[in-house]
Design a protein around this ligand. Structure first.
Ligand SMILES: C[S@@+](CC[C@H](N)C(=O)[O-])C[C@H]1O[C@@H](n2cnc3c(N)ncnc32)[C@H](O)[C@@H]1O
Length: 509
């Protein structure tokens, strides 16, 4: 059902109300399959205000590649009408795959046309009911538009999906549709054209988005980044549990600082503080082009955090036992030839709990699978994934080699830290596990990656205290200390507060 609004009504709100009504009328499964989550008008307006600044052309052509009900198009037109150099003509090019949204989209465009005409501006629009990624526009990659505004759909795609093949230049490993939208739109901008996307933050780090980042940074100057601290406040109506970020870019070579801002959600956007940061501090020059977000409000760098796992002679690895490949060796019950196998469920903050009588928590030791087992010696074991509702990103446990057998199995959803060619002491293991469980390390991971995974590659860059300090922490802490006690002991030894983000800048400068 389409809500009729008087022609003078705010088109963005109108589009939003219609979009929300449309997405409520379909099942959650359909909504997820289409990635159909509308942008609240306050956020759309915040995006558009900065995106149109200085767009001085007489004709401005705007692309919205996943238009939904037209919220972003409406706010972009409003922003242009309210700007110092309003164009004489606006052309809208809108793609939307869901036919149910097309009448509403046309209605919004018609009301924008009426609004523009009243201000002496021509507006023309094309609404294309097709898959943008397979459209001639996206495939041909010709510079056609002056502004792209997008809140693209997000979900994973199979490697054989035709959209993935069409945009293989932006694919490395498992692709997400939003990365393809981000990449496909870069090459469509005319020189000096503007780019503004709101997406989950996960594209800024991790190997799966490295091709997207390389493509984007080769085409655009990064002008600004806004980060939402809350996982859902920006899409409150739709309960999208994602940490989102907005980026603004221009189709020009990188120069000048990047404007960085943060808010909790949509309500405190107007009070978001802007910090200007040199691109070299945010964007790594290495080929992965990771974008690291410093946390401006934290201060007091600890000069002691100048170590890394590598400088301590430690190695971060991922558990080698992949359950489906090792199926023939996994056991529910202990056997004469079996040793313990640790899964995600066995790893708690500061403790290994084994057995739990729930998983296939024993693994047989045979010649064929000896390569996937580790020598039973002290190490730190971490979960690679944290549930969204977990207060802290990292769950790490000291393992003192106190389970039976000469070997131990570590399943692939876990990372472990060991000392190749030597053994870690009990104090090192306890101190390091405690440090990894602190609130500061959790904030570090929140700053460097938007997703809930703790990647071995991100861990390797983590600044660490000296080994003497880690041992001191390990000696003071009692087994199974609470997170609050851990924070207190680490603070005592290191003299907190400290900022891991700032330490990472100096460490990897
Ligand atoms: C996250 S919603 C955003 C809608 C709107 N741009 C907004 O900001 O409110 C993404 C939209 O893209 C549409 N969509 C999904 N896949 C698409 C595709 N391949 N091509 C074009 N539109 C697509 C969905 O139906 C949905 O309306």
């Amino acid at each position: 059902m389409l809500f009729e609004f008087p022609s003078h009504a705010d088109s963005a709100n109108h589009a939003y109300v219609n979009g929300i009504a449309a997405s409520r009328s379909i099942t959650k499964t359909e909504q997820k399959a289409l990635g159909q989550y509308m942008t609240p008008p306050a956020i759309a307006e915040f995006m558009a205000r900065r995106a149109v600044q200085g767009l001085g052309a007489a004709t401005v052509r705007i692309l919205e590649p996943a238009a939904g009900s037209g919220v972003l198009a409406a706010t972009a037109v409003d922003a242009l009408l309210g700007s110092a150099d309003t164009p004489r003509r606006i052309e809208l090019l809108l793609y939307e795959i869901d036919v149910r949204l097309i009448p509403g989209l046309r209605y919004v465009c018609d009301s924008l046309k009426v609004k523009c005409t009243a201000q002496g501006v021509d507006l023309d629009y094309v609404v294309a009911n097709e898959d943008f990624l397979l459209s001639a526009t996206a495939r041909e990659q010709k510079p056609l538009v002056d502004l792209v505004m997008s809140n693209p759909p997000y979900f994973k795609l199979g490697k054989l999906d035709p959209r993935v093949t069409a945009h293989s230049y932006s694919v490395w490993g498992q692709p997400n549709i939003y990365g393809l939208f981000m990449a496909a739109c870069c090459g469509l901008l005319r020189t000096g054209g503007r780019y503004c996307f709101i997406t989950p933050r996960s594209w800024m780090s991790g190997p799966y988005f490295s091709a997207v980042r390389r493509h984007l940074l080769a085409h655009l100057r990064l002008d600004g980044i806004h980060v939402f601290d809350s996982r859902c406040a920006h899409f409150s109506g739709d309960e999208v549990l994602q940490e989102a970020a907005i980026i603004w870019g221009t189709a020009l070579a990188q120069e000048g600082p990047i404007a960085l801002s943060t808010s909790y959600g949509a309500d405190d956007l107007d009070t978001a503080q802007v910090q200007h940061v040199a691109p070299s501090l945010l964007v790594s020059s290495l080929s992965a082009r990771v974008i690291r977000l410093p946390s401006p409000e934290k201060s007091g760098v600890s000069s002691r955090l100048t170590n890394t796992f590598a400088s301590h002679g430690l190695k971060v690895s991922t558990g080698p036992v992949v359950a489906f490949r090792a199926a023939a060796f996994l056991r529910h019950e202990v056997a004469v030839d079996s040793v313990p196998l640790l899964w995600l469920q066995h790893v708690k903050s500061m403790a290994i709990e084994w057995p739990i009588k729930k998983k296939r928590e024993h693994i047989s030791v045979r010649v064929q699978n000896a390569w996937m087992l580790l020598k039973n010696e002290p190490m730190v074991i971490l979960r690679r994934f944290s549930p969204k509702e977990d207060a802290r990103r990292v769950t790490a446990a000291p393992y003192f080699a106190d389970l039976p057998g000469s070997f131990v199995g570590i399943e692939n959803h876990l990372n472990y830290i060991s000392r190749p060619g030597g053994a870690m002491s009990a104090k090192e293991v306890a101190g390091l596990a405690a440090f990894l469980n602190t609130q500061s390390v959790s904030e570090y991971f929140q700053a460097v990656s938007g997703h809930t995974q703790v990647n071995a590659s991100d861990l390797r860059l983590l600044p660490l205290p000296s080994m003497t300090e880690l041992e001191e922490i390990g000696a003071i802490l009692k087994p199974r200390s609470s997170p609050e006690v851990i924070d207190e002991v680490v603070a005592q030894v290191l003299g907190l507060p400290f900022s891991l983000e700032r330490a990472v800048d100096s460490l990897h400068a």
